[in-house]
Each structure stands twice: as C-alpha cells, then as structure tokens.
Design a protein around this ligand. Structure first.
Ligand code: GLP
Length: 241
C-alpha cells in the first residue's frame, strides 16, 4: 500500500487525476473502474478539462462503475448512472455504450450481478479502479462484514450509510436500502487501485484501512493485500495516522 498525504482536497483530486491520465496515455484502450460520491467529483472535473484540452482521450475506453442503488433506474436523479452521466460521461468523448453501471432496475438482480462480472472479465479486467470510502470503511457498497473475496452481488445498506447518503434525497423521496455492488474480490482483481479520501470525518476509516488489522469490519483494509493500491488523502483524513 502506498500512502500519499497532500495538503487539501484540490491536491488530492489533481494527484488522483494524474494517475488516470498516466494510465490513459500508456494505454488508450484502458478499462477504468469508476466511483460515485462527492469525493471523486473534483477528479472528474480535472479529467474533463484534460479531455477538452485534447490532452487525453476516452474514445477507446471501457468503464465499469462500482455500484448502484437497487430500485432506481438510470433516469432517476439519485441513481449513480445519472450521477456519472452528469459528472463525467456527458462531458467527455467516451462511447456511452462502453460505460457500465450495475442496472438498478434489473428484473433479476442476481442474474444481473453475474452478468456484470462476466462483462468485466470479457473487457479484460479493470486496469485502474477509483474508490472513495465510507465513514465505516465501506468501499463501493461493501459494508462492514462483507466477505473479503466477495463478487458483484446485492447488498443491504447499513443505517450509517443510509443516513450519510440521506442528504442527496429530499424528505419525501424514496431512498433505497439495497444496492448492487462489485465485491471486495472484484475490486482486488483490478490491476491498480486508487482510493481517495478527504476531510476529518474520514480520518478514523483511513486509520483502520491503513494501520488496522485486515478485517471484514473495515472492508477497505482488504486493500492491504493489493500489490498496487495507492491511498491518496489530505492532511485532515490523515490526522489519525
Ligand atoms: C457511497 C458510495 C461509495 C463512496 C461513499 C463515500 O456510499 N457507494 O462508493 O465511497 O459513498 O462518499 P463521499 O465521497 O460522498 O463521502
């Protein structure tokens, strides 16, 4: 595990974006693993600027997102598909048909999970996977107690995660309690993993990830087993190290 501690969220986004830029320059037909949440937004902004300046191209890229709410289709403003279109895909030269987000409206979610895994395999696996982290150490929607070798599956969200994400939903709006998420095993199969975290509210999760025991109680600690995992954090998120 490589730990990179930078001054603030702006530097974290720039550093993370540079890792993706380097990957795309080395291998224009890369398979990218992408993430939602507020943390990656500034990184996506960096990539959009670089794409619009002609510095990098996504025209040969395939992408797979980590997770999606089960029960929301891609046109729902709180769905992660909608988020990805708004925050990244609509502003870059990527072919939409090569962008994948787990289908939140699947008729048969269990079959959809197996199909998602098969598609990742068919694309040759993920070259570089972006991750955020939940306050309880979750990655994707792999909540504490998730199996460390788990694959893409349906997961129930914990109360902590539902509460943390309630800010995105209006009071009378339906907020899903289920998700489809890549498993920890799926994430560990990526050739490179880049986890970003900023702010003091992530400091305890980062301490458990980096210094704690390898345990399903902190799903991100599984990254200790990855041979090329980079943890990019600001001073606030590093404050308990
Ligand atoms: C959600 C997502 C995670 C993300 C986490 C933290 O639960 N499923 O992938 O890492 O939120 O989000 P934020 O970056 O907004 O703190």
């Amino acid at each position: 595990m490589q730990i990179v501690i930078l001054k603030d969220a702006t530097e974290v986004a720039r550093y993370g974006a540079d890792l993706f830029v380097a990957q795309l320059k080395k291998q224009p037909a890369s398979t990218l693993g992408l993430a939602t949440g507020s943390t990656p937004v500034a990184l996506y902004q960096n990539l959009i600027e670089k794409n619009q300046q002609g510095d990098i191209s996504f025209s040969q890229v395939t992408s797979f997102n980590l997770d999606e709410y089960l029960g929301l289709d891609g046109s729902h403003p709180q769905s992660y598909r909608f988020f990805m279109n708004e925050q990244l895909f609509d502003h870059i030269d990527i072919a939409k048909e090569r962008t994948h987000v787990p289908p939140g409206d699947a008729q048969d979610p269990i079959a959809a999970c197996q199909e998602y895994e098969a598609r990742i395999l068919a694309a040759g696996g993920i070259d570089i996977q972006l991750l955020g982290i939940g306050r309880n150490g979750h990655i994707g929607f792999n909540e504490p107690s998730s199996g460390l070798t788990s694959r893409t599956r349906v997961k129930t969200l914990t109360k902590a995660t539902i509460d943390d994400n309630a800010r995105f939903f209006s009071e009378d709006e339906y907020q899903p309690h289920l998700s489809i998420t890549m498993g920890i095993g799926t994430i560990l199969d990526a050739k490179k993993v880049v986890l970003l975290a900023t702010g003091e509210n992530k400091a305890a999760a980062i301490k458990a990830t980096v210094e704690g025991p390898l345990t399903a109680s902190c799903p991100a600690s599984a990254l200790q087993m990855h041979r090329d995992a980079v943890i990019v954090i600001d001073e606030a998120a590093a404050s308990e190290l």
